[in-house]
Design a protein around this ligand. Structure first.
Ligand code: ADP
Length: 367
């Protein structure tokens, strides 16, 4: 078997287990409603690895029923944060409360309230879909009758009913991710943690996972905390987003409020040929322009408070200067612009550096 339990907070070892079940003698009991509706409270939390500070004095709270996103580039500290909240990693300073339970002191109570989907796929490929779910349900002490009901319902929800007896190794990456989502819900948790749930999935599977999460959240009255480095994912799924960079919280609000906080409401992306050396400075002088970021291959990203007026002026300037406009698009500001605004760097550049998760091969099956 490829799974085991974490005892990280009990012994301080910080084991990297994917299974976060309560201890055998402490499985029973339910998860109460959170005090003041605060499902998750992170209070001045710090994580140090030796001298290196991976998470630096971060505080936020998540309301019951919210989808809350931790957005940031690779290495920002998102996984470290989630691993501390889910009892997998000892906390250096500060505290995390799950439904009011301090994860360092009442880890079993906190574990009963949470379902956790780690970044790596951890279902056992030699077991069937149903066996993977049954093992987890047993680990959490779900009574047999309820177990069977939950599994039937969850297989339906994640659209895997007809694959129930299939060996997990024959599933595609997207199907396996859906199995892991079902597995994280077998004990009916109130808070669901997902660490980069769509990394490595193709665009169609990513959208399927988003739709599934929204459906599950609404039907089960879940609170969801998700980490991602995909801006579109955070924008589409989350009620509120915390942007994390170098272990610090740099912004926290709804996607709409974050975008509104950036000066300029439109982004013009334009590519030119024959542009002179001072072209960036010339673009900067156009009316309503708040910033001009040069990108690769004579492409510029121009933030403006008035997309149509700036576009007209830009084309006039290009004609006067004998510069050709090779391509031009006008969009609303994105979370990428929010990231640049708060950090001075582009999240898209950071994403290129990010590692990508490679889905394991499926013996005997085409992907
Ligand atoms: P993210 O999930 O945002 O990609 P992580 O939380 O995985 O970021 O990592 C945050 C930082 O902590 C990175 O610089 C990473 O190299 C470092 N880090 C993570 N785990 C360890 C560890 N066990 N020992 C030392 N440094 C670590």
């Amino acid at each position: 078997m490829s799974w085991f339990r974490s005892e990280s907070n009990a012994n301080g070892a910080g084991a990297s287990s994917p299974v976060i079940a309560p201890t055998a003698d402490n499985r029973q009991g339910s998860c109460p409603d959170p005090p003041n509706g605060n499902a998750i409270v992170v209070d001045h939390i710090v994580k140090k690895y030796g001298d290196f500070t991976a998470v630096d004095d971060v505080s936020f709270s998540v309301q019951q029923g919210e989808i809350f996103g931790l957005l940031g580039p690779n290495g920002a500290g998102k996984s470290t944060l989630i691993r501390m909240m889910t009892t997998l990693l000892p906390i250096t300073a500060g505290r995390a409360l799950i439904n009011g339970f301090d994860v360092s002191k009442l880890a079993d109570n906190a574990r009963r309230c949470m379902g956790v989907i780690p970044q790596a796929l951890t279902s056992d490929i030699d077991l069937t879909v149903e066996e993977n779910l049954t093992i987890y349900a047993k680990l959490y002490g779900v009574p047999a009758e309820q177990r069977n009901r939950n599994i039937d319902e969850l297989l339906e929800t994640v659209d895997l009913t007809k694959w129930r007896n299939a060996q997990t190794k024959t599933l595609s990456g997207g199907m396996r991710r859906r199995l892991e989502i079902a597995r994280g819900l077998v004990h009916s948790p109130k808070i669901f943690f997902l660490d980069e749930p769509t990394t490595g999935l193709d665009p169609v599977s990513r959208v399927a996972v988003w739709e599934m999460l929204t459906k599950i959240k609404n039907s089960r009255d879940l609170t969801i905390l998700i980490t991602t480095h995909y801006m579109d994912e955070a924008d589409r799924l989350c009620d509120r987003i915390a942007i994390v960079d170098h272990g610090k919280l740099v912004a926290l609000d709804s996607p709409a409020a974050l975008k509104a906080s950036v000066p300029g409401t439109n982004v013009i992306e334009a590519q030119f040929t024959n542009a002179p050396a001072d072209w960036q400075q010339q673009l900067q002088t156009l009316d309503d322009v708040t910033s001009v970021q040069p990108e690769a291959a004579h492409m510029y990203r121009i933030l403006t408070g008035n997309g149509s007026k700036t576009t007209t002026e830009l084309v006039e300037l290009a004609v006067r200067s004998n510069v050709q406009v090779k391509s031009l698009s006008v969009q609303n500001t994105t979370l990428d612009d929010v990231f640049v605004h708060f950090t001075g760097r582009q999240l898209r550049d950071e994403q290129v550096k990010a590692y990508s998760f490679v889905m394991p091969d499926r013996p005997g099956m085409r992907p």
